[in-house]
Ligand binder design. Structure first.
Ligand code: FES
Length: 185
């Protein structure tokens, strides 16, 4: 199925920095020129990172235009893999695996604890825009179940204490600087 009706006026080079384009080019070079689809996933990852953790329809169209593939091919990848976010996310996405191994080892308790601590439900973002809780499929860290990933770091064998530490460490990054620090004292 092809989709030739998407907006081809959307150009990736106008949406993300040149450094990100260079990164995508590196991925394209890893595959034979006639194989245009394998770079879709790495290209989407790069674009998402440069767009505050989520992809817009315009960005997916621009990736399609850049890689010269049908828009639907990009959309299929973006909607199939849980690593891609199609809605605005918080600055830190807490990706909780709820697949079999994690489920058997208490991922429901992890989700419950996060929801209680942050006062949001799965898929929601805190009012200050700092945290989003997201449910994801197996992240190939089953030996460390239950686990979550945040900011590209895996946290395994989770306990309530470990979760509290993860949350407080991230929250500390968003604390306003103390007045004396601002005055250089
Ligand atoms: S089931 Fe959770 S990482 Fe594999």
């Amino acid at each position: 199925m092809t989709d030739l009706n998407y907006d081809k006026s959307l150009h990736l080079k106008e949406l993300i920095p040149q450094s990100a384009i260079d990164e995508i080019e590196q991925w394209i070079l890893k595959y034979p020129a006639e194989r245009k689809r394998p770079p879709i996933m790495p290209a989407l990852k790069v674009v998402q990172e440069h767009n505050g953790n989520y992809l817009t329809t315009e960005m997916m169209q621009a990736v399609a235009e850049y890689l010269d593939v049908p828009h639907v091919a990009v959309y299929e990848v973006a909607t199939f893999y849980t690593m891609f976010n199609l809605n605005e996310m918080g600055k830190h996405v807490l990706s909780v695996c709820t697949n079999l191994s994690c489920s058997l080892r208490g991922s429901d308790k992890v989700v419950e604890h996060l929801q209680n601590r942050l006062n949001i439900k799965l898929g929601e973002t805190t009012k200050d825009g700092v945290f989003t809780i997201k449910e994801v499929e197996c992240m190939a860290a089953c030996g460390g179940a239950p686990m979550l990933e945040v900011d590209k770091v895996y946290h395994e064998n989770l306990t309530e204490e470990k979760i509290d530490k993860i949350l407080s460490d991230i929250a500390a990054q968003h604390m306003p600087a103390k007045e004396e620090d601002n005055n250089g004292k």
